[in-house]
Design a protein. Structure first.
Length: 117
């Protein structure tokens, strides 16, 4: 279950950010998670709810997940298509010369926080 490892990394990053920015409380963290990132979002939220209690700045925080759709580019016909719906083979020209251009990311989009100032 790599979700716990990602949460540990995320919590450490947020702790560092809180220290650098004089943040005393984080209310909400919005993450963008790629559709084909391999992250099981239900487990991810469960891990967050467990792990946030170990970090005072995150204790009352909420995790919001937004999905980034998976998009693939076909080198042969130079068109984009929905990865999950069509897979690796281009639905337009049936080429296998395709590349995932988005949808496997995990990005901190927004942090709502309260500072000591």
């Amino acid at each position: 279950m790599h979700e716990m490892g990602i949460i540990v990394n995320l919590a450490n990053t947020l702790d560092e950010t809180a220290e650098e920015q004089n943040i005393i409380r984080i209310g909400k963290v919005t993450l963008q998670v790629g559709e084909v990132s391999g992250i099981v979002t239900d487990y991810f939220v469960d891990c967050w709810n467990y792990f946030k209690r170990k970090h005072p700045v995150l204790n009352d925080s909420e995790l919001v997940l937004e999905t980034i759709p998976a998009i693939t580019f076909c080198s042969s016909c130079e068109r984009n298509y929905e990865t999950v719906k069509y897979g690796r083979e281009c639905p337009y020209c049936h080429s296998g010369e395709t590349w995932l251009i988005q949808g496997n990311e995990c990005i901190i989009k927004e942090i709502e926080a309260e500072t000591a100032d």
